[in-house]
Design a protein around this ligand. Sequence first.
Ligand code: ADP
Ligand code: MG
Length: 696
Amino acid sequence: MNRLRNTDIKYLKGVGPKRAELLNKQLDIKSYYDMLYHFPTNYVDRSSVYTISSLNGDMPAIQLKGRFVTFNTQGEGAKSRLVALFSDGTGTIEVVWFKRIKQIREAYNIGNEYVLFGKPTVFNGRWNIVHPEIDTTTSAAAMQGLRGIYPLTETLRNKGITSRTLFTYIQGILSATPNIAETLPQSLITRLNLMPLREALVNIHNPKNNEQLQRAKFRLKFEELFYIQLNILRYSRRRASATAGFRFSRIGHYFNTFYSQCLPFQLTGAQKRVIKEIRADMGSGQQMNRLLQGDVGSGKTLVALLCMLIALDNDTQACLMAPTEILATQHYETISKLVAPIGINVKLLTGSTRKKERDAIHSQLEDGSLHILIGTHAVIEDNVQFRNLGFVVIDEQHRFGVAQRARLWKKNSIAPHVLVMTATPIPRTLAMTLYGDLSVSVIDELPPGRKPIETWLRYDNQRLDVYKHIGRELQQGRQVYIVYPLIQENEKLDLRCLEEGYELIRETFPMYKVAYVHGKMKPSEKDYQMSIFASHEAHILVATTVIEVGVNVPNATTMLIENAERFGLSQLHQLRGRVGRGGGQSYCILMTKHQIASETRHRLEIMTSTTDGFVIAEEDLKMRGPGDLEGTMQSGIAMDLHIANLATDGQIIQLARNNADDILDADPELASAENAVLRQQLTLLFDKKIDWSQIS
Ligand code: ADP
Ligand code: MG
């Protein structure tokens, strides 16, 4: 395996330095190993040959056997194409090339027999195949069973590198490597009846039949997921045994007084349950690492506050960290107001806190007179020292990098309890992989009296109706958000859309005041604009996604999202969560241009059909794959997966986890000879990367 990893792909027969560079740039293939682990996304069945007369309806990629009858070059210059007629005795089909015309013309002869691969489609009433793969009948006969179809890029295709080329490269590697060392312990292979590694690699590219393919897939997926779980578990076990935590045994003055005198409303059943779960952790003597999931508006802040009070009752300090200044300020305002009657010292620390105030905060933290610190990542700066930090709440963690969290963790001699809160619902198997040993609590109930938000999909030509709706809401004293996308690659253009939109809105609603925020503004200006919207001085807020997280203006009842097709599902869900926070009926309007891809329409229709964050997260995961989900990028796991799919391989994840657990139970340090291979693989796979499992 090491030899495969260390051999540069340029040394493979038929590759050479130029193609190596292409493969490297286009597919990130640098070594023999990378090539071998570039798995097919699809297969063609080489065992059956179709006849042209039997083509019908919507065909998959198929195989035809016959002869070219004519070749014709049509059109001029960049528009020229080569059209051939191909006959198999039962009928003829057109074969078309737009690129590499000269080479193609020279490579194939009229009258010789060839085997074509491709997807036939009907064009102008005739069957046709564009850019098929072509084999001579002898080379086709050499191939049997199912053959892999590989992911490629347009650039590679233009340079004449086809799926077929990659297949040949991979076969070259396999035949040059009769021995590939097994990467799982033999006992595990036997116990689960897994296909041995080399056999699995052979069968993933060129399976004898579907059954062999399924076994090969299973083996490779299992291995991939198994090592991820083994890695997570070995760290979490080490940490659990090494990391004692504060034992919060008391419920005291602060909690009790607040609960009986200051609680603004009855807790929901879900809030109560979650607080119990957290309390149990905090009393256990081991450091808590808990993920609190709860949809937008489910009341996570109050849960966090009650738990902070338990920390205070046990003579420690608490800290709440939020991803943005706006959100931190909002938390600060909510919490300081709530606890004002019981004499708790709460302070806000952000990037714009003045030096004098900052110095005061530092000294109060050190002498212990500051009970609760709320802030942005300013709270993890090196000169912030707590006297005795017992409990840390991290809101909307996916905005915090792994390294930032680790710094917080280093602030104490005893590890503080950590509660990570998120409104981004994470499917269970994904959470298991991303957050490893975090225990999970879920608030699955909204406070009573909330009306479900109505969500509409509207097109540009219905804009007037949409504005009428907005006008009505404004007239009733409601407020409105209007959101524009702002996405990196196209920042200038996006900003222009936002500015034009702002002007248009001001013209359309001249009687109302319009506030305006985007991420490129100075924080002070942004805060000013947000504050006039929050105080109802402004009626409409035109914004980019900076308002996505946490902003709380219960009087705002309509969220209009422009170019909704450019947002991901979880982002749309977050944005929608900005409305529906008061008693009034709220609306979310997704605007798009009329022509959108059916996949896009499907995505937007999920939004109109459900407000359940978990359903949306599952769909998001299915449609986009976990690599795109927020949070997975920083972990680096999803990107490294060659074959397993965190969205659909939940059962294999569970199996992998159970087996990893059993192995660690029997041999915690993986010291046995049998487990040597596990240690080797762990080092190879993970030890150079960031240790993301130490994320508390
Ligand atoms: P999120 O989970 O999105 O952070 P918040 O903590 O901001 O939600 O709560 C959303 C709103 O619901 C706030 O205005 C809060 O005061 C209110 N709220 C929280 N818990 C309850 C409850 N048990 N009953 C009624 N309203 C509640
Ligand atoms: Mg919140």
